[in-house]
Design a protein around this ligand. Structure first.
Ligand SMILES: Cc1ncc(COP(=O)(O)O)c(C=O)c1O
Length: 454
């Protein structure tokens, strides 16, 4: 496992990967100049490549890893589960891991969201929530409620159905004719605050835009979908929790469902287990994925209320929820999730994270004060800032993200900026020494990359 390979075999692995593996979110040609890292193993916050070089996983491997790579407790739970049941279909059958996980998650919402429906990836959870809302209204005889509202800059996944509520031109444009359109309303992104204003003003303004849309079309709207507190994929746009309270009230007033996509922001990322707890509201559907399995196995789920569940409860199969997926409720993935939730409980992770977050914010202060940084922001265990360029149209500015990524690797950091937004989303087990490494080296990389742009 820990064997260190020779550089010759490393380049061979890279070559073979580039020939046979089509990598996601990647223009493959960029790998002519950009490194591809063949990972040998992971330990704690670190990934180690085949030459033994380590990288601190500052983005939790696309926001999934919570308690480190090769976590002994999650490993032990999975090994135990492997000897009992690797998988069984969930139609007509059930098993202990999926029952215990559903009960635990329901308990975390005080029983408000007491029914869990399972899938494997985040985009599928989005689609399930959209379909459930649509079908619920249909079962109620409200067949005209077929439309959805999403926010400007929203990201809910990249399958065809999820793209309908994803407002990212790059991901949508090529597939435009295949995608159904949703109504896109203002984002409460707090970066819009002007001098003398507050994030709450922006939240109110965005909620007013939502209300305009609802006034016009509520009879045709099934649900509003949003990423509570942080729109991660489009540049870590953060907003005040007042927005969630206002939208919850609007959804009640106009009889529209609220879908909270907590795929990225759930599982303690924002400081509370569910991001919506920050606003003391519950959506009608909550989507979870990524961190729920500790970053071990593909698992996603949609939680919903008793009233919505009852809207499908009938003798007629066609009134039941129609979504079949082979790996629904996979026991291994559920067991990894149970081990993850157990760590939250036994280690009082949310309290520990509050202390850790303060220390990370302190370590990032030189960056926060940097004259080429604006909108330094933080929510729970997420940090982001925007790089400022004199001219954003220069090639150096346009290639900032890739150059930062490459330079960070040189400094043993895995960081992947989104455009000119640099963000940090480390696993929760990051220790004080690693926090210092992140603070010092992120600053060094930023200075180097901005120096090249000058
Ligand atoms: C908020 C949000 N929703 C949905 C998704 C899609 O999840 P997946 O990549 O597992 O399909 C993501 C992925 O980054 C996300 O951040």
């Amino acid at each position: 496992m820990n064997a260190v390979n020779t550089s010759a075999s490393t380049s061979d692995w890279v070559k073979r990967s580039l020939q046979s593996v089509w990598h996601p979110c990647t223009q493959m040609q960029h790998h002519e100049t950009m490194p591809l890292i063949p990972v040998s193993h992971g330990r704690g916050a670190w990934l180690v490549d085949m030459e033994g070089k380590r990288y601190l996983d500052g983005i939790s491997s696309w926001w999934v890893n919570l308690f480190g790579h090769a976590n002994p407790r999650i490993n032990a739970a999975l090994k135990d589960q492997l000897d009992q049941l690797e998988h069984a279909m969930l139609a007509g059958f059930t098993h202990e891991p999926v029952i215990r996980l559903s009960e635990k998650l329901s308990a975390l919402t005080g029983g408000v969201l007491g029914h869990c429906f399972y899938a494997s990836d985040g985009a599928s959870a989005t689609e399930i929530a959209l379909k459930m809302s649509f079908h619920f209204w249909r079962n109620q005889g409200q067949t005209e409620k077929q439309e959805f509202i999403c926010l400007k800059g929203s990201y809910h996944g990249e399958t065809i159905g999820a793209l309908a509520v994803t407002d990212v031109a790059l991901f949508r444009d090529a597939y435009g004719p295949m995608i159904r359109n949703a109504h896109v309303v203002a984002s409460p992104d707090a970066r819009q605050v002007k001098e003398g204003g507050t994030a709450i003003d922006i939240a109110r303004r965005a909620a007013a835009d939502m209300e305009r849309c609802l006034q016009e079309r509520a009879g045709k709207i099934a649900a509003v979908i949003l990423e509570p507190l942080v729109q991660c994929a489009t540049g870590f746009a953060m907003h005040d929790s007042e927005y969630l309270r206002l939208v919850r009230a609007l959804c009640d007033q106009y009889q529209v469902h609220l879908i909270g996509d907590e795929i990225a922001v759930g599982c303690g990322r924002t400081g509370t287990f569910f991001a919506c707890e920050n606003a003391q509201i519950w959506p009608d559907f909550v989507c979870l994925s990524k961190g729920i399995s500790g970053g071990y196995l593909p698992l996603s789920l949609v939680m919903t209320r008793e009233a919505i569940y009852q809207g499908f409860y009938d003798s007629d199969v066609r009134r039941g929820f129609l979504h079949s997926h082979s790996y629904t409720g996979n026991p291994l993935a559920c067991r990894a999730a149970l081990a993850t939730l157990e760590i939250f409980e036994t280690d009082d992770v949310l309290a520990q994270n509050r202390v850790k977050a303060a220390s990370i914010t302190e370590a990032l202060q030189p960056l926060a004060q940097h004259h080429q940084v604006k909108h330094f922001r933080q929510q729970g265990m997420m940090w982001a800032f925007d790089a400022v360029f004199d001219d954003a149209n220069t090639p150096a500015a346009k290639t900032f993200s890739r150059r930062f990524f490459t330079q960070a690797l040189q400094e043993e950091l895995l960081l992947r900026p989104i455009g000119n937004t640099v963000y940090l989303m480390p696993p929760y087990i990051v220790n004080q020494e690693e926090i210092s490494i992140v603070g010092e080296r992120m600053l060094k990389v930023f200075n180097q990359v901005m120096g090249e742009a000058a």
